[in-house]
Design a protein around this ligand. Structure first.
Ligand code: ADP
Ligand code: MG
Length: 208
């Protein structure tokens, strides 16, 4: 089982990875959007780090809720409210839990997807962050149902997210700023799908 302390550590690591990839994410967004995704995510996760300094580590739902609220209120771009809603929906699943396991994680992914869909009305195949998170969720669920060990489940999630993000290169955007480009968005990876895959890979790297 994973403690709240560990969850905080993972969120801080995600912030570090986002920081490392800030320029890359911004370049991806410069090709098909307005070139601020790296900046938005960096700003958002710095706010998350700040917000978690005085959080009660015994309530994992509280940790995720605080992180979500920090993202919603500190990021100007579309990704802030979308990721923020994902975290806040995930928080509900683990409210008052002191520790979480792999089944909680799968349920968190599902709740996060529902939050993003509720807020942004996109579907899989629209070239958004969902194209990383949805296949990741399915891979994790399938791996869990096959009775795989936790680290293998997390690896399956991470790999499927990376593959999903890669695949966004082949499709045209139907939601978000990139949709203004239509077919001209083909040939570029979706920045949000890439940031989502970075987050899910960081979770695996922190827990394997
Ligand atoms: P903005 O588009 O406002 O500049 P960002 O650049 O930070 O915000 O984020 C862009 C990313 O947000 C996209 O790459 C995409 O993955 C995601 N996104 C945009 N609109 C939606 C939506 N309706 N549903 C899900 N994800 C979306
Ligand atoms: Mg942008």
């Amino acid at each position: 089982m994973i403690s709240g302390e560990k969850i905080i550590e993972i969120l801080v690591s995600i912030g570090d990875k986002i920081e490392e990839n800030k320029v890359y994410l911004t370049e991806l967004d410069a090709s098909i959007g307005d070139g601020d995704h790296g900046l938005n995510m960096s700003k958002g996760f710095l706010a998350v780090k700040e917000a978690l300094k005085d959080v009660d580590s015994k309530n994992i739902g509280g940790i995720l809720k605080k992180a979500g609220m920090a993202l919603v209120s500190h990021v100007g771009g579309a990704s802030g409210p979308l990721y923020g809603t994902a975290f806040m929906k995930a928080a509900v699943i683990v409210n008052d839990k002191e520790s979480v396991g792999i089944d909680d994680f799968i349920n968190i992914l599902k709740a996060a997807i529902d939050g993003v869909v509720m807020r942004g009305k996109a579907q899989e195949g629209d070239k958004t962050m969902l194209d990383a998170i949805m296949p990741a969720y399915r891979a994790g669920k399938a791996s869990r149902e096959e009775g795989k060990a936790c680290s293998e489940v997390l690896e399956a999630v991470s790999n499927a997210a990376l593959k999903g993000a890669e695949n966004t290169e082949k499709i045209a955007a139907k939601k978000g700023r990139a949709s203004y480009l239509g077919d001209r968005s083909i040939g570029h990876k979706d920045p949000g799908a890439v940031s989502a895959s970075i987050m899910l890979k960081t979770i695996y790297d922190c827990l394997k």
